[in-house]
Design a protein around this ligand. Sequence first.
Ligand SMILES: Cc1ncc(COP(=O)(O)O)c(C=O)c1O
Length: 380
Amino acid sequence: MSSFEPFVMERMMSKFEQSVDYNLSESGVHPMLLSELFADDPGFIEELLATDINYPHVNGIPELRENISRLYEGANPENVLVTVGAIEANYLTVRTLLSAGDEIVIMSPNYMQIWGIAKNHGLNIKTFNLREENGWTPDLEELESIVTPETKMIAVCNPNNPTGRATTLEEIDRIVAIAEKVGAWILADEVYAGAERETDEQTPSFYGLYDRVIAMGSMSKAYGLPGLRIGWAAGPEKTLDDMWARHEYIALSATMLSNKLAALALSPGVRPRIIARTRKYIRDGFPVLKEWMDSHEGVFKIVPPDAAAIAFARYDLDINSTEFVTRLMNEKSVLIVPGDHFGLDNFVRISFGLPHDYLNAALNRIHDLIMEIKGKSATA
Ligand SMILES: Cc1ncc(COP(=O)(O)O)c(C=O)c1O
């Protein structure tokens, strides 16, 4: 068997998220019901019933690609490839544009998929950091100093998982300039764009700022529809065609029904309602989590996230993050994500875009464990 680095966070989530009493490990908001999606157009069900359960267009049905292309200035449907989640789009981007030995520079901390793919396929990995002490601002001096003519790709996650930090326009321009200087591709994972906490302005995309940008989006986070398993890549037509050829080996296509439901969700008449729903969950949920953290004086330190339904909190407890999360799962049946999964111990990632009774009940159980840990360390 070839050597293989598992995707540790997804391994943990896929094994345990369905069996715990409270799942606070997800980064999106509470998922939508199908009936909520149909609320403006109950007749849509008739259209679905008349659907041929055939293969859809392998690169995404035209209506869906049209609706996605409208999200990017200057894009048309040929600039969009629909994939099975953004996870496939990320995979295809790296595997199409890079080969073993190529250098990739990855924003850190990050959803560790790109890092794992890079490891498993023999890429040379460098990282540049978001600095907690500066409110998770990306260290662009560092980026500038490590990018060389050998750099083939810079991978960013904006807004960022796990910190929720959204890159400013000035930072975006600077990252583009650094990439352009050496002709490196930019992989911009933008699955949380639309899930802003404090502003109704969508986080700007890297798309179109430079001719070597692939931007990723998804129905999973900003739209609360992860079960559709629809994501996409937006970029130059020729590169997308090369990615499409690989998509034929891996997934062939997403499903016909998912293509149709995603097209409905992204239609101009429905999309604003879904985005508003997501933002409401985020805006209502964060104060609950923040208040709970504040009530544990001296335990948590947090930079409030700009976007996404997750908070990445530093904690001051005498326990390693994986051990903390394992105990929480085994003893309290609550799942959160340890900072170890992002290479940062003494942090936890907790989701908050959830109904309040569910969120509060889960936080109460985390509180119980914190009290037990504190009690134990006090007597140790
Ligand atoms: C940054 C980031 N990219 C991609 C994904 C995968 O998303 P999808 O459900 O669209 O495959 C996730 C899921 O958590 C994510 O956090």
